[in-house]
Write a protein that binds this ligand. Structure first.
Ligand SMILES: *Cc1c(COP(=O)(O)O)cnc(C)c1O
Length: 465
């Protein structure tokens, strides 16, 4: 591609992107495609000869676009948001144009130093103590895996990486039964094994569905008596299914008393901690060794951007750093090489979109968005509670709650019909074995009318079942 062509096509795509965002609300949130239809539309063999951009772009519009789920849609109420605020997309364009590998300080000093500063901004924004240091990971899954590896190495006196796990004691990690699946997978990948992830019941009397802390104490004591090796505790703050939130200070106190490494998964809900009035259940977050939250969810930094905070980065670096000669940075003390804080070596320049985002919107702008989402979501919950036939199953935790309409079968038929309708998009989960529909408000482009539309669609589709 010549520089002129690069310019032409960059402009075309920028114009297209703006129009896409402008008209997004008019599209169904989810595409209406049959499985395999897109695969069938793309030739089976790789082209031998290049072709013009015009043809490539036409195929993008005709083949790819109709098969996209629109995550930036104002009425995307499924899963959790993956917001890409326009300003972060602009930053990403600059990042992609430069395409630097930011693994070491010297491979892009600005990327490293901006990352350091952005992580202190975010730490302050969510009210973590000053002692925390931060690194941007690609995902919360990676941050949690890194934390679990630290748990393992610390508990094995740093022998795991060197000697492997055979012949070692049985490592044990504790969490509630409500944690995200990334915790299970981190345990598998770290070689600890699913059977050694001890999932404690949640307290049935607690609307936050927090871990039963007495059960945690008993489990650790039982494991020590059995000769196992307790290694770490993972707490949940706003879990994915229903927003389940542990009593952070109590769980951290157990970890500290038992000498266990502690990790806090606040992947979704951490973003809302920029609002001081929402921080009640956040008390104790600063007692953890490791805390993760995803600016790429609610906050608006386009994927990927996961903020990983560490009370002390030393054990993490001790677990993950390898220094072959070609990666050494000679004679530069005090330099941070963030690849030593994360599992992949290569790193994208992720701090730029945070810098653009936080400066353009300011914390006040982002707080206003989150406050609106929480308020609109709570109001919708009350409207649906008053509708005949609907049952609110879990109460709002921030902007997430669940509901049901009749039995499992009717609830399933309702969500399928809602998603076929296309005006809104919802997903389901299970609470105590019963099928429920999740609602969460979090789209960067959502307006109050979108909550009204959600109410109309849910009530109207239910009446038509
Ligand atoms: C989304 C989510 C994760 C996983 O985040 P990734 O960045 O996609 O790995 C983990 N925990 C919770 C609570 C989440 O909501």
């Amino acid at each position: 591609m010549t520089p002129d062509q690069f310019q032409t096509w960059s402009r075309r795509v920028a114009d297209w992107g703006a129009e896409y965002r402008r008209t997004l609300a008019d599209r169904p949130v989810r595409p209406d495609v049959t499985p395999g239809s897109i695969l069938a539309a793309v030739p089976e063999t790789v082209p031998e000869q290049g072709c013009g951009m015009e043809a490539i772009w036409q195929d993008f519009e005709s083949i790819v676009l109709p098969g996209m789920t629109h995550w930036q849609h104002p009425r995307f109420f499924a899963y959790f948001p993956a917001n890409a605020a326009p300003v972060s997309v602009v930053a990403e364009y600059a990042v992609t144009a430069m395409a630097a590998q930011c693994m070491l300080w010297q491979t892009s000093p600005a990327a490293t130093e901006l990352e350091t500063r952005m992580m202190t901004w975010l730490r302050e924004a969510i009210g973590l103590p000053e002692c925390f240091r931060g690194v941007i990971q690609d995902s919360a899954s990676s941050a949690t895996l890194a934390a679990v590896l630290v748990m393992r190495e610390r508990a094995l006196n740093w022998a795991g990486n060197r000697a492997g796990l055979s012949g070692q004691g049985r490592l044990r990690v504790y969490c509630s039964e409500e944690v995200h699946s990334s915790i299970d997978r981190a345990i598998w990948i770290a070689g600890i094994g699913q059977e050694n992830l001890v999932k404690l019941p949640v307290d049935p009397a607690d609307p936050m569905r927090s871990m039963d802390v007495a059960a945690l104490r008993r489990a650790i004591a039982g494991d020590r008596a059995a000769g196992h090796v307790p290694a770490g505790v993972i707490a949940a703050f706003g879990s994915t299914s229903t927003g389940s939130t542990d009593r952070l200070a109590e769980v951290a106190a157990v970890a500290r008393e038992e000498g266990l490494y502690s990790h806090l998964d606040a992947a979704w809900a951490g973003a809302a901690m920029i609002c001081p009035e929402l921080r009640g259940p956040w008390a104790g977050a600063g007692d953890y060794d490791s805390v993760v939250f995803n600016p790429h969810k609610w906050l608006g930094a386009s994927f990927d951007c996961s903020a990983h905070f560490l009370r002390d980065p030393e054990p993490l670096v001790k677990t993950l750093a390898i220094q072959p000669e070609y990666l050494k940075t000679h004679g530069a003390d005090g330099i941070i090489n963030y690849s030593e804080w994360s599992i992949p070596l290569g790193r994208r320049f992720r701090a730029l979109k945070l810098w653009f985002l936080l400066r353009f919107h300011g914390l006040e702008g982002l707080r206003a968005m989150i406050r609106n989402h929480v308020a609109w979501s709570e109001a919708l919950c009350e409207r649906l509670r008053a509708e005949p036939g609907f049952e609110i199953v879990t109460e709002p935790i921030l902007s997430l709650w669940t509901f049901r309409y009749g039995d499992d079968d009717t609830t399933l038929r309702l969500i399928e019909a809602i998603n076929r309708d296309g005006r809104i998009y919802l997903t389901q989960t299970r609470v105590a074995g019963r099928l429920v529909i999740r609602f969460q408000a979090g789209s960067f482009s959502m307006r109050e009318e979108d909550a009204d539309t959600a109410f109309e669609v849910i009530a109207e589709v239910a009446r038509g079942l």
